[in-house]
Design a protein around this ligand. Structure first.
Ligand SMILES: [Zn+2]
Length: 405
């Protein structure tokens, strides 16, 4: 579906700022190479009225989450588990949650975050997860989970059966939502009067400053900044109560929103920083694309030289965002022998578009000397984990990390 107006403010004054060409869905790892792949334009527009940035072409949600097995599980990563525990600890500290209260997670995955809430405060928990295979894994772990989209119909049923929620959490999901306004209407319906909507999402300012173009993919519909969000929430009678930045997913914001009228200084500070960085100017994205392409040529040259000298290169960490890099840079199975990952849901499959086989870390043998790090946000963790293998790591990140190891 082609987008013709801003998701947040309805303005038609939108302009294309990032074009990464045609891509298959980044989260759909292939079981075999016979599988037919659909390609869609991966482009981001900027709303000149409110500053919202979002995809110009949206793939329907059933195609994204229900046609094939979704492969990301939050319990698979120790970093994610620790992060969610910290998030639940903080929410319990900042919001008065009682054991009788209901905490709902939208896009709850296998229920890692909800479990943390249950352990800390023994409150009632409920997950909403569209992927059948993931919802099944959550239920196996005793996390009550509705396998459905977060639609009006689902929400009305939930309110009838479970009552309103004191807290709705949403981590790296609000940015996946196809219709942001509809999602907010449903949050409004589902929350108690004094309820909180707490969400975490990659931050547009970090994306631009760190040239994290690989966090752009078809499953990420929105690229949020505080200035457009603050206005958007106000339309629904919601206000930002607390706000912080963290390093998760290469730079995220955690935002607490409720109906209590307020005008917090931290919100003004964030908006000032966004304006100062020219985040809402098209020029900023022109230089962003220049940096991305410089990175593309450098990495390509580096990989070609290694291959030309007869050495083998593998990649480590079959992260979703790695697929944006591989497909935009046109790096495929002729340059990378295989990718290693620890997720059982990925091993044995192939990367979308680039068709690189995914193997386990145990398959790394002495023949392999170079490893391209696709999960650059956990590069230190991976280096430690694979340190005994004497690999030279190539980290494709423009500004934050250097390419030399
Ligand atoms: Zn707008």
């Amino acid at each position: 579906m082609k987008i013709k107006q801003c998701q947040l403010c309805d303005s038609k004054n939108i302009t294309l700022v990032i074009d990464l060409g045609q891509h298959p869905l980044a989260d759909t790892f292939l079981k075999d190479l016979e599988q037919k792949e659909e390609y869609y334009p991966l482009q981001v527009f900027l709303c000149k009225s409110c500053g919202y940035a979002g995809l110009s072409h949206i793939v329907s949600a059933p195609v994204r989450y229900q046609k094939t097995d979704y492969s990301y599980t939050s319990s698979n990563s120790p970093i994610a588990t620790a992060h969610f525990k910290e998030m639940a600890d903080q929410a319990v500290r900042l919001v008065k949650i009682a054991p009788k209260d209901l905490v709902i997670d939208i896009g709850s995955n296998v229920g890692t975050l909800l479990k943390s809430f249950e352990q800390i405060i023994h409150c009632r928990i409920l997950g909403v997860e569209p992927s059948a295979n993931i919802a099944r894994l959550a239920r196996k772990e005793h996390v009550p989970t509705l396998q459905n989209f977060f639609s009006k119909e689902t929400v009305l049923k939930m309110v009838k059966k479970y009552g309103n929620a004191k807290v709705i959490v949403c981590t790296n999901v609000f940015n996946h939502v196809n219709n942001v306004r509809e999602c907010m209407e449903n949050i409004d319906r589902l929350l108690t009067k004094d309820g909180y909507f707490i969400f975490e999402t990659p931050y547009l300012l970090d994306l631009v400053e760190n040239i994290s173009f690989d966090t752009i993919y078809l499953e990420h519909v929105s690229y949020f900044a505080i200035k457009p969000l603050q206005k958007f929430f106000k339309r629904f009678g919601f206000y930002i109560q607390y706000l912080e930045k963290n390093d998760y997913m290469g730079g995220s914001i955690r935002v607490y929103v409720s109906r209590e009228k307020t005008d917090k200084k931290v919100v003004k500070d964030f908006i000032n920083a966004e304006n100062k960085a020219n985040l809402f100017s098209t020029k900023t994205y022109e230089s962003f694309m220049k940096e991305v392409n410089a990175l593309r040529y450098n990495l390509y040259r580096q990989l070609f030289q290694i291959k030309a000298s007869g050495k083998k290169v593998i990649a480590v960490g079959a992260a979703t965002k790695g697929n944006t890099l591989l497909n935009y840079f046109k790096i495929d199975n002729s340059l990378i022998d295989f990718i290693t990952d620890s997720s059982a849901l990925k091993i044995g499959k192939f990367t979308p578009g680039s068709h690189i086989p995914i193997k386990s870390d145990k398959d790394i043998n002495k023949d392999i000397t170079f490893a391209l790090v696709l999960s650059w946000n956990i590069v230190e963790f991976l280096k430690k984990k694979l340190g005994h293998l004497n690999l030279t790591f190539i980290v494709p990140q423009a500004k934050k990390y250097s390419n030399k190891d």
